[in-house]
Design a protein around this ligand. Structure first.
Ligand code: ATP
Length: 513
């Protein structure tokens, strides 16, 4: 646990020190769970967004994008169910005055039991070696089966109580399990209350005519209300998708995990409209496609897992999360939801406008079903950043901090470094820079000894360093150093573009899908 916390602290301080993420309004002591992306962060974020957009829109003939407004007609949120049901159950600790999500306290309690199961599994795996059969062990070991039953009982009781809005029972469960405030150990809890997560705002100048609005809590509804506009003007045939990236806002109760849970964040969503009855196939297909997208970045298959939902949201007939191993454990990175025709039907009902598709092949109209893929851009940023940050022991006994960002996502693809700040080397380096900058984001640095500059670029995540030295003046060659292997090769200046391109071409990355 302490190791995890240390690693997470390193992520936070590195993100600040190397110009990736700053606390918002830091000079006023910040605003809780709101962050700003700095000079390198904004590039990494843009590259992740582009990588998603290319995979989802450019690579699919039947998916197009839109950019809907953050402010929407307030009836949108009545229709979508957000006004009535976008709530989290909150509970306060009377002694510490800290606020928690009641469901998260209970889930964390279960995660501790799960950790015990994992401990038993690891012990048994060691004991039985090659002969160990995990499935069989999980199904037959008395202690493990007991733990699992306990988890199931707790979670199904919590799910049922939340569904029935029986908040008294949620509180009773917390008390029966003797769950304490994780920070202070106090068990002095208030009642559980529902808390709506939408931020309200007003449109209009005068107090009596102003209209109450919400900042959108998800981008999806901007797609649903535009469904027919896009379908008609784009002459889209089912199945087809509409993609969008953009800001969403949630007044999260507990927001203590850096950019994992923010109050203002960005989503990358795609709603795929399908013929009713085919949703299960598309749901399975999108689960596979999205996992492949993640794996194409080479961050280790062992760091991803699916979590299929037992308890479904009111609009869904199937849902799964792609979870990623963050520094604080496996947590949701992306959701894939089969949303039925709930949203389109609700908007039809509330707007009084038809939102149906006329299927020429079948010669009839119907309300399409929707399978959506929804990923948090900031969470993806945290996944990439935390996974890439490594402390590496070197052969000479020292160590280096290196940010092994997938080169396709790195803010700068190469740093151009004149060995010394004289003898005409900076001029040659500038010329290389001027040539490469048409194709790649490149960085120029002539300050400090070259070794120190290499370390700086390693820590900033730049995949290549190109060094101009005296030999360059004689034969137009430079050294190119790879961040991950630290290997240096002498190459001709004219070869540089090709070499870098091979490592950062989107085609080479997406084709690993
Ligand atoms: P969680 O259970 O973690 O609150 P959610 O299930 O409410 O997430 P969705 O409504 O499915 O999330 O949103 C889709 C995606 O948007 C999530 O998978 C996540 O990556 C991202 N996301 C949701 N809430 C936040 C937030 N507060 N900060 C950053 N990203 C978020």
């Amino acid at each position: 646990m302490a190791k995890q916390e240390d690693q997470f602290k390193k992520v936070l301080s590195h993100a600040k020190e190397y110009g990736y993420v700053f606390q918002s309004s830091e000079i006023y002591d910040g605003l809780s769970a709101v962050y700003d992306y700095a000079q390198n962060g904004v590039e990494l974020k843009k590259n992740i967004r582009d990588y998603w957009w290319k995979a989802m829109v450019q690579m699919h003939e039947n998916i197009v994008g839109i950019d809907a407004s953050i402010l929407m007609h307030p009836t949108t949120w009545k229709a979508s169910g957000h006004v009535d049901a976008f709530n989290d159950p909150l509970i306060d600790n009377k002694d510490s005055k800290k606020r928690y999500r009641a469901d998260v306290l209970i889930e964390d309690y279960c995660a501790k039991i799960e950790a015990k199961i994992n401990k038993e599994v690891n012990k048994a795996a060691k004991r039985f070696g090659e002969a160990f059969n995990k499935e069989e062990f999980l199904a037959t070991n008395g202690r493990v089966v007991g733990y699992q039953e306990k988890i199931n009982t707790i979670l199904s009781r919590m799910g049922a109580s939340l569904e029935k809005e029986d908040l008294l029972d949620v509180k009773a469960l917390i008390e029966e399990l003797e769950i304490a405030d994780p920070l202070t150990g106090s068990r002095n809890w208030t009642e559980v209350k529902q808390f709506n997560l939408m931020f309200g705002t007003k449109l209009g100048a005068s107090a009596d005519t102003a209209m109450d609005l919400y900042l959108r809590p998800e981008t999806a509804q901007g797609i649903f209300v535009n469904f027919l506009n896009v379908q008609k003007t784009g002459r889209m045939k089912i199945p087809f998708g509409i993609a969008q990236t953009g800001k969403a806002f949630r007044n999260e109760i507990v927001a203590r995990q850096f950019i994992f849970r923010m109050r203002e964040f960005e989503q990358m969503e795609m709603q795929f409209f399908v013929k009713p009855g085919t949703q299960k196939d598309w749901y399975d297909q999108w689960k596979t496609t999205r996992l492949k997208w993640h794996l194409s970045l080479g961050m280790g298959a062992e760091n991803y897992r699916f979590h299929d939902h037992d308890k479904l949201a009111h609009y869904a007939d199937a849902a799964a999360d792609i979870e990623f191993k963050f520094p604080f454990g496996f947590k949701e990175l992306e959701g894939i939801h089969s949303r039925t025709d709930f949203d389109l039907k609700a908007h039809e009902e509330f707007s009084g406008k038809k939102l149906q598709y006329f299927d020429h092949e079948e010669n009839k109209s119907y309300t399409p079903y929707v399978v959506e893929t929804s990923i948090g851009l900031d969470r993806m940023f945290l996944a990439v950043f935390s996974n890439s940050l490594q402390e590496e022991a070197l052969e000479n006994g020292t160590s280096r901090t290196v940010l092994k960002l997938p080169p396709i996502l790195a803010p700068y693809k190469a740093a151009i470094l004149p060995l010394v700040k004289k003898d005409g080397l900076p001029e040659v380096a500038r010329k290389i820079m001027d040539d490469l900058k048409w194709d790649f984001n490149v960085f120029y640095d002539e300050k400090d000894a070259v070794g120190k500059r290499y370390r700086r670029q390693d820590a900033a995540g730049t995949p290549f360093c190109i060094t101009v030295d005296h030999q360059t003046l004689e034969d137009n060659s430079v050294t190119i150093r790879h961040r991950d292997t630290m290997e240096q090769k002498r190459v001709k200046i004219i070869e540089l573009k090709e070499l870098i391109h091979a490592e950062v071409a989107v085609k080479n990355w997406l084709q690993r899908m």
